[in-house]
Design a protein around this ligand. Structure first.
Ligand code: PLP
Length: 439
């Protein structure tokens, strides 16, 4: 009997023993194509010798030092590199251990900023339905995933949720994409006015929605309008790039493609690429200066913030992504993957939408394309698809369409950036085997 408290205590996973390139292997030697990089984590695949060597070197010199006493060179270098590539205005980097913690830090940073500048009444947060920002209590409160929130509802702070930008389901027939984007963005303004213009501290959103909707980018112009509204009312824009950042959509930061700079940006997953647990919260010079010239102390500080070995891994990853030209190839590879998916599933009666940006791709499943009704009202489709894919040797990320009954079941694909043509073909053919078993 396993003493590990697994995610699913009634269904234990096989033990993984090896990773190499785009594959993971279990104890019986079965190979699995890591078609979702776990959960959009393993952007460089498995067993990358450069990242492993960087970690080994850091372990040999200084594995850990508490940042209350000592900083570290990898943290300094990684912060410089990230700021060099970040959207304009993001100038400071706070290192944490993962995505949820990056979001917690972002929320606390926003709150502390307003305290430091003498606007203590600003404490309200607006986020979006059909979103996921992590599983700690603050991040869970911000997220709009009803299923994840429900058991913990009494513990969650009050957050307002407005509509996501979800063209496939929500654009009206008489609207252009652009009109639709402006209409849903304007919900933010209405909510700020409802809550009180001096009460709201931040709006939080994923530039490309991952776990909850399956790689849904906003329509053109949406985030520009969001930025405009935030500026009008002095509300901070927090973009959560934990899943879609670090090159996943074809640029190191996803927001670049939406033409906006947030005040705070969270990253994780691809930053450590699975080699070390690490996340980061980037912020503007205004926010940093308010704290520096104010209390001088950001009240967050977990034990492992700025962990030197994690930062060494992150540094090696971001160097490889940016200097090796790997991110530059992501858009083309993503297009190729979507083309292959269109060839395979373009006529499939249960595949309603094929979408995404870069190597962050989603398929939405429906009972039929006209009604767009949920494919399995008992909500077992995702579990069945995950099992069928796993049996076929494919790790992918299916999620359920239970949120407000408004979005469908989908599967997220986020293969490693090192995937070659034949790898992308393998993902699609294995997914096809799995889909044929469950539709
Ligand atoms: N934010 C987003 C957008 C995510 O997709 C996730 C995880 O899927 C998180 C935050 C939480 O990250 P972690 O699981 O590393 O805590």
């Amino acid at each position: 009997m396993s003493r590990v408290f697994h995610r699913h205590s009634n269904k234990l996973p096989p033990i993984g023993t090896k990773g190499g390139g785009v594959y993971l292997y279990d104890a019986d030697g079965k190979a699995y194509f890591d078609g979702s990089g776990g959960a959009a984590v393993s952007c460089l695949g498995h067993g990358d010798p450069d990242i492993i060597n960087a970690i080994k070197q850091q372990l040999d010199s200084m594995a850990f030092a508490h940042t209350g006493f000592l900083g570290s060179q990898p943290a300094e270098d990684l912060a410089d590199l990230l700021v060099d590539h970040a959207p304009d205005g993001l100038e400071h980097v706070y290192f944490v251990s993962g995505g949820s913690e990056a979001v917690e830090a972002a929320l606390k940073l926003a709150r502390q900023y307003f305290l430091e500048i003498g606007q203590p009444e600003r404490s309200k947060i607006i986020a979006r339905r059909q979103s996921y920002h992590g599983n700690t209590l603050g991040a869970l409160a911000v997220g709009g995933n009803a299923w994840r929130r429900e058991p913990f509802a009494p513990l969650l702070m009050n957050v307002s949720h407005i509509a996501p930008c979800y063209e496939y389901r929500d654009r009206r027939a008489d609207e252009t994409s652009s009109d639709y984007g402006q209409r849903v963005a304007n919900e933010l303004e209405q909510e700020i006015l409802r809550l009180g213009t001096d009460q709201v501290m931040a709006f939080v959103a994923e530039p490309v929605v991952g776990a909850t909707m399956g790689a849904v980018p906003a329509v053109e112009g949406y985030f520009k309008r969001i930025r405009e509204i935030c500026d009008t009312y002095g509300v901070l824009l927090i973009l959560d790039e934990v899943m879609c950042g670090m090159g996943r959509t074809g640029t190191l930061f996803a927001a670049e493609q939406d033409g906006v700079s947030p005040d705070i940006c969270t990253i994780a997953k691809g930053l450590g690429a699975g080699y070390q647990p690490i996340g980061a919260t980037l912020c503007s010079v205004e926010i940093f200066d308010a704290i520096k010239t104010g209390s001088g102390f950001f009240q967050h500080g977990h034990t492992y913030v700025g962990h030197p070995t994690a930062c060494a891994a992150g540094l090696a990853v971001v160097q490889k992504l940016t200097q090796g030209g790997i991110v530059d190839q992501v858009s083309a590879k993503g297009k190729q993957l979507r083309d292959l998916l269109h060839q395979e599933f373009g006529q499939h009666p249960n595949v309603g939408d094929i979408r995404g940006r870069g190597l962050f791709v989603g398929l939405e499943f429906v009972a039929d394309r006209d009604s767009k009704a949920v494919i399995d009202p008992s909500h077992k489709f995702n579990a069945r698809l995950k099992t069928a894919a796993f049996e076929a040797g494919l790790i992918c990320y299916p999620m359920g369409g239970t949120i407000d009954g408004k979005n469908g079941d989908h599967v997220l694909l986020a293969p490693p950036f090192i995937s070659e043509d034949h790898h992308l073909e393998e993902v699609v053919s294995k997914l096809s085997i799995a889909v044929s078993k469950v539709t």
